[in-house]
Design a protein around this ligand. Sequence first.
Ligand SMILES: NC(=O)c1ccc[n+]([C@@H]2O[C@H](COP(=O)([O-])OP(=O)(O)OC[C@H]3O[C@@H](n4cnc5c(N)ncnc54)[C@H](OP(=O)(O)O)[C@@H]3O)[C@@H](O)[C@H]2O)c1
Length: 534
Amino acid sequence: MEGARGSLFRTRLKCDVRNGVALFYFEAILIQNHSHTKLFMPNHTSVVIFGGSGDLTKRKLIPALYSLAARGMTDKTFSIIGFARTKKSDDAFRNDLTKAIHEFKKDVNDAVWQSLLKNIHYVSGGYGDAAAHQALHQKIAEINGVAAEEVNTLYYLSTPPEEFQNIIEQLGAIYNRANRREDVYRRIIIEKPFGYDLASAVHLNDILATYFRERDIFRIDHYLGKETVQNVLVFRFANAIFEPLWNSRFIDNIQITVAEDIGVGSRAAYYDKSGALRDMIENHILQVLSYVTMEAPIALTADAVRDEKVKLLRSVKIYTPEQANGNSVRAQYSGGVVDGENVKGYREEDESVKDSQTETYVLLKLEIDNWRWFGVPVYVRTGKRMTKRATEISVAFKASPSVLFNAGADQTLEENVIAIRVQPNEGISLLIDAKVPGGTATEIKSVQMDYRYKENFQRDTPEAYERLLHDAMTGDPALFIRRDESETAWHIVEPFLTAWQQPEAPLYTYPAGTWGPNEADELIHRDNRHWHRV
Ligand SMILES: NC(=O)c1ccc[n+]([C@@H]2O[C@H](COP(=O)([O-])OP(=O)(O)OC[C@H]3O[C@@H](n4cnc5c(N)ncnc54)[C@H](OP(=O)(O)O)[C@@H]3O)[C@@H](O)[C@H]2O)c1
């Protein structure tokens, strides 16, 4: 059954007995919703958060689940269960979350929160401990008042990745895949990092596939939940003025910047195992890149969109390790000044990283070997402790011939740039050349046409996690990463990992509070190009 504006509903016949009278009715279950309107949550839904005592749960997951409840998308049979090793009672967990919701969410409606809070529970135990998982299974049944097999369950893996396999195997031991009920879902969301390299990502995918169907696996990349990232497809494919120009004939280069002004602080020991390439490029930046450069999908369905993303990722040139070295710059921040404050260098953040070779900054020059993008370099860069926090996509057009306006003067025309600000100041700018008023000579200057989300729509954009949890509960994986996508992304970054393992691979430094090392500027200047203002 097709509902309003792209929403798909399944109906099922239900029967309730009230005062001895049997009431038969059809219940509509939303199974796909592209317009993000009202959700009819199926009865008996439990969200289980592994790592429920952690930072992500408090800062993002609980506020997102609260928002769904506040929008009327949950009913009284909806419950949340935190699972972690730390011993805690239900009440202690509820107290922790009450503090957190007021810290991380504005304008909390107390009635909504209190009603949700009653359905929040906690189970403590080891992630690989069979008895603890049995206790969780029983808790799900007890809370819902039906067998756990009858409860729609969304498992959220929000622990460090070392625990992912343990959890998946324990879930697999409890639920027999062969006896799965088609009308009850059992889905799993897995946080990043998804793997440490290609081999470990394939291994994790194999373990998942042993116990879960691909359509029940939701590999999360919260960038895909951002409105500004989703708007890339709308911007490209709903506006006839841009798409005809979106190719190597008119576009000179593409730049994607994910800059953070914060350092690693107390998370240095954790971050050191990953580094900027694994932390940002393999997932967020390659996802954004695929939205910016993929072909139009035939529909906005999960598989149609992801098919095109995979096709694009497969066209990114796989470098040899030597080529990877020549087309990349990696660096670590040294001490410097951010926002007027002196800050430490990376190696001073923690004793355990004092000799670290892990990069906190990466620039890659990527090439897309397909008909649309042949010859258009894509510069992607990310770093911690940079000048400011900003995620931006700049699409630079080829310069116009300047002969017409260059009579005697020594001016070259600035190229047109479309800048998509993913965060903060979400919006889109178009940089165009304009005549400076007055004067007899034609003086030309770049001016900016600007669109800002907040001013145009007069409302805050919803948090990425809210959209993603909603989609996982309604079974729409369009904004999650499919197995082939995750493995193709690892395939792209693998040569850089190999190249950087060589002892002679350079690791540069950059002072905290800057845009990165000089070598990054040299790489782009070598191509006669420059960074666009972020
Ligand atoms: N925080 C964020 O903003 C963010 C953003 C994007 C992705 N993520 C990803 O989301 C997941 C959770 O992030 P988080 O920031 O919430 O992590 P976290 O606070 O460090 O850890 C979550 C929970 O996992 C358990 N844990 C911590 N270290 C462990 C260890 N060495 N072995 C076993 N259990 C351990 C702890 O619970 P117990 O000790 O009680 O078991 C902890 O409360 C990670 O995979 C992270 O990469 C986080």
